[in-house]
Design a protein around this ligand. Structure first.
Ligand SMILES: Nc1ncnc2c1ncn2[C@@H]1O[C@H](COP(=O)(O)OP(=O)(O)OP(=O)(O)O)[C@@H](O)[C@H]1O
Ligand SMILES: O=P(O)(O)OC[C@H]1O[C@](O)(CO)[C@@H](O)[C@@H]1O
Ligand SMILES: [Mg+2]
Length: 482
């Protein structure tokens, strides 16, 4: 047994600049593992499907926009059922855990992992870990069967609970080992996937025949590589209701202003997409795009102009926007500003900006305004997933189960260019997906709202320089790049 852990990626190269960033496999560190024919071969629903099994050499390119003479670039292993599996149904003892904030679709993913294990692979031992990572060592488990999970996709939240903090590697891996768990499905955001990578390394160091697989969950869409995260469409759709309400309120008052705060700690995707979808928004503020209030070209000047031209306006602000401006005015001590996972706790930018606008217009007696502030942040993420997210969650969960049964480990299941893939943890955890404000998507937003970019020419040059450095390494995030 090889106890020398290499965190380096398994990279294979081929002709014309082809690179496969492969995922680890149980057989990398446990020799002579027996394999078995995939039970799907005799499943009446699947056995008739031509080419149901994925070819062992199938890979998916990270970039689909290529030049004639350019290299073929980075590829990921294609997800899907394999001809042979590394577990018998009786041998499997699976566990599912959800960590981090809520997101529409969590219950659907749980449901579909359980159902895929039961119905496709004949597995009957599936546990839910209660309340995130700490549940491995501080709580009882929840037995999950198709009957228990039957209706859960119609509910928001996660039936097995979630939490932040509490990632204690030795205790978690002891619990996996002591309970004889050999498949761990970890659903969560960037922090969770980092935690999953650490668990995988420890499981491998101990030489356990236990697969550790991640499913990316983030309402903020801040996970790199993947096309978009599950629940994102639902969140954007739900945000429309708040924006519509803000628009109705604003339109019905003299100089009416509707302010809507949406989630987005470091990435403003929900705000950007909700704005683009609505067409009623006049100003969208996101963490990636700095702004200033006072003076020529400032936010207050724009609000004033918009009210004079239109008589009302709608502002969408992502919770992480303008935090540096709030921090400059804040008296809070830095230690009070982190959650249990070490994430920065944000101040309420919606309230702050509403207050700044009200004060500005109070000084201008000639222009009385009516401002309504709507904060639907938790409502947006607590709803059940919509129809398209349900299908997405189902494919994601099934793809993950296929990979796990085939013995792959240390991977996150994710959609890349419309195909399900297995992505090594390193790729998922190395950086964050952000809105690129020099890309076309943000330009579309600016031209839809007609808002100023708030960037001075010198700042534009600086932003471009930084982003060129990033985009040289890989194409910018898919959600920017459409
Ligand atoms: N670097 C890390 N190493 C190990 N565990 C981590 C790390 N970062 C976060 N975690 C653990 O992962 C879990 C979830 O992390 P976090 O609260 O940051 O949410 P997340 O997964 O990023 O989801 P989201 O931000 O979308 O709500 C927590 O239990 C936390 O302790
Ligand atoms: O209040 P909680 O549960 O910590 O979650 C808030 C955070 O979770 C997220 O939804 C995901 O990270 C952020 O947008 C938000 O800042
Ligand atoms: Mg996170």
């Amino acid at each position: 047994m090889d106890n020398n852990i290499s965190c380096e990626m398994k990279v294979e190269t081929g002709d014309a600049g082809y690179v496969l960033e492969d995922v680890p496999h149980l057989s990398d560190y446990i020799p002579d593992l027996p394999t078995y024919p995939n039970p799907l071969r005799s499943n009446p629903a699947y056995s008739v499907v031509k080419q149901y099994f994925v070819d062992a050499d199938d890979t998916v390119p990270q970039k689909v926009v290529v030049h004639k003479d350019g290299p073929r670039g980075i590829h990921f292993r294609r997800a899907g059922p394999r001809q042979r599996v590394y577990f018998t149904p009786d041998e499997v003892h699976a566990a599912i855990v959800t960590c981090g904030g809520l997101c529409p679709g969590l219950n659907t993913v749980i449901r579909e992992i359980v159902c895929a294990l039961y119905h496709m692979y004949g597995v009957t031992k599936v546990l839910g870990i209660d309340g995130g990572y700490r549940g491995f060592y501080s709580k009882n488990t929840i037995t999950l069967t198709p009957k228990v999970v039957n209706d859960i996709h119609k509910r928001g939240g996660t039936i097995i609970g979630t939490s932040r903090g509490g990632h204690d590697k030795p205790k978690i891996v002891d619990s996996i080992q002591d309970r004889g768990i050999n498949q761990v499905y970890i659903i969560g955001g960037d922090g969770t996937q980092k935690g999953a990578a650490v668990i995988y390394q420890e499981v491998r160091r101990r030489g356990l025949k236990a697969v550790v697989a991640g499913i990316p969950k983030t309402i903020d869409n801040d996970i790199p590589v993947i096309d978009k995260s599950f629940g994102f469409d639902t969140a954007v759709e739900e945000a429309q209701r708040a924006i519509n309400a803000a628009h109705v309120e604003a339109e019905s008052a003299e100089n009416g202003i509707g302010v809507v705060k949406l989630m987005g700690r470091y990435s403003g995707f929900i705000a950007m997409y909700a704005t683009l979808a609505s067409r009623d928004v006049d100003l969208c503020l996101i963490p990636e795009s700095p702004f200033y209030l006072e003076g020529e070209g400032g936010l207050l000047e724009y609000v004033e102009k918009r009210l004079k031209d239109n008589g009302h306006m709608v502002i969408v602000v992502a919770e992480g926007a303008g935090q540096e401006l709030l921090a400059a005015e804040s008296l809070n001590s830095p230690t009070a500003q982190q959650d249990a996972s070490g994430n920065k706790l944000l101040q309420d930018v919606g309230l702050w900006i509403s207050d700044k606008i009200k004060r500005h217009f109070a000084r201008q007696t000639s222009m009385p305004i009516t401002l309504k502030y709507i904060d639907p942040t938790y409502m947006v993420r607590a709803v059940p997933s919509n129809a398209s997210d349900n299908v997405y969650c189902t494919l994601l969960a099934q793809s993950c189960v296929h990979g796990v049964m085939a013995g792959y480990t240390g991977f996150t299941s994710g959609l890349v260019n419309g195909r399900q893939t297995y992505i090594p943890f390193n790729r998922i955890t190395e950086k964050q997906n952000n809105v690129v404000i020099t890309d076309r998507m943000w330009a579309r937003l600016l031209s839809s709202t007609n808002q100023p970019s708030f960037l001075r020419p010198k700042e534009i040059i600086e932003v471009r320089k930084q982003e060129e450095l990033q985009t040289d390494e890989e194409n910018s995030a898919k959600t920017n790049d459409i």
